[in-house]
Design a protein around this ligand. Structure first.
Ligand code: NAI
Ligand code: MG
Length: 344
């Protein structure tokens, strides 16, 4: 990294968000070399703020978030807020405003889980296009003739940049394999754009082995043979669904980390656990902070602290190997155990 300081914006959010973020920050502080200055700025956004005055993400705060190297987010959402208000108004607004065109979601299953093969893949999900842009509308709502459209947007520019990112990533990994997931036999227009862009970029990466799967077939392989995957690149909607499935087959939602990345560095990238605010366990100390801790590792890697990212991942792998399902630990106990490993 060029500068030995990290200006980190922190959005703890709702439910278990603040609980897991506290542990993530603890681990971050423990892993950083002493000469790196960490400045954190907390942002009070989410359900509480919305209830207090209807604000979701005021422009002043969006602008001030820009002046950070990265954002760490816990989770947003609460049963008392109508569905979609915070998701669209905060999470999607941030992803679009900061052009987070890569949504990175690793899936790992260490070798020590019985006789099943180890799994180590990364899903590169497009983050700014597809059916998530809000390009649609509704007519005659509430009548028998109601019409709703939700148009999937795919641009040559948007598809190419995420595919390039995926090839770069695959090329830097040991297996050097990239799978395109789409549904090009039915969604022929978008599918064709994705496929020919993929083929064109592939010619520049002769060292990367490529293949293609329809999304429905991919769901089967994620369950039956997840070890077949290395890097996967796919559109926004398919990626959303596949990555929840990926989390379920690689240790569960408590371990699934993610990065909403702007690879150009023009805007801060945002790192968050895949899970939500888990209102059913909020306040009980049962939330597993590991997904957030692994998101902190992704954050460090993005900022150029590769060695520190690896140390966190190694601490998590060691901790997982010693977990005892019969003796669950609290959020804080897991955070403390990981912090202790980094100090030791
Ligand atoms: P959820 O991920 O919050 O919870 C699903 C299930 O997983 C629950 O049983 C929960 O207890 C469990 N769980 C989640 N995280 C866990 C952890 N760290 N340790 C142990 N167990 C964990 O998804 P749900 O219930 O569909 O959504 C709850 C709220 O979160 C909703 O308002 C939703 O919109 C929001 N949400 C927000 C996201 C975000 O901030 N990026 C992502 C997903 C949902
Ligand atoms: Mg999701």
């Amino acid at each position: 990294p060029t500068s030995r300081s990290i200006r980190l914006a922190v959005i703890p959010g709702d439910g278990i968000g603040p609980e897991v973020v506290a542990e993530g920050l603890k681990v971050l502080a423990a892993v950083l070399p002493p000469d790196v200055k960490l400045e954190t700025s907390p942002y009070d956004l989410g359900a509480r703020r919305w209830h207090a005055g209807g604000e979701i993400l005021p422009d002043a705060e969006l602008q001030s978030l820009r002046h950070h190297d990265a954002i760490l987010l816990g989770a947003i959402g609460d049963p008392t807020v109508p569905s979609g208000v915070l998701e669209r108004g905060l999470l999607l607004k941030l992803r679009f405003a900061f052009d987070h065109y890569v949504n990175l979601r690793p899936g790992k299953r260490p070798p020590n889980t019985g006789d099943r093969p180890s799994v180590d893949f990364v899903v590169v999900r497009e983050g700014t296009e597809g059916p998530y842009t809000g390009n649609g509308g509704a007519l005659r709502v509430g009548t028998p003739a109601e019409v709703a459209t939700e148009v999937s947007v795919n641009t040559a520019y948007g598809v190419e940049r995420v595919i390039r990112y995926a090839f770069e990533l695959a090329d830097a990994r040991s297996r050097r394999k990239l799978t395109l997931v789409h549904k090009n036999n039915v969604l022929v227009h978008a599918g064709n754009l994705w496929q020919h862009t993929f083929d064109t970029v592939a010619a520049e990466y002769p060292g990367v082995t490529t293949d293609y799967l329809h999304v429905d077939a991919a769901t089967i392989f994620f369950v039956t043979r997840p070890e077949r995957f290395d890097v996967i690149v796919t559109d926004n909607l398919f990626g959303d669904i596949l990555t929840d499935l990926a989390a379920a087959v690689t240790g569960g939602i408590g371990l699934a980390s993610s990065g909403n990345i702007n690879p150009t560095g023009a805007h801060p990238s945002m790192f968050e656990p895949v899970h939500g605010s888990a209102p059913d366990i909020a306040g009980t100390g049962k939330a597993d902070p590991t997904a957030t801790v692994l998101s902190v590792a992704l954050l460090l890697r993005h900022l150029g602290y590769e060695q520190e990212a690896r140390r966190i991942e190694a601490a998590v792998t060691a901790d997982l190997a010693e977990r005892d399902a019969a003796a669950p630990r609290s959020t804080e106990q897991i955070g403390d155990a990981l912090t202790a490993r980094l100090a030791g």
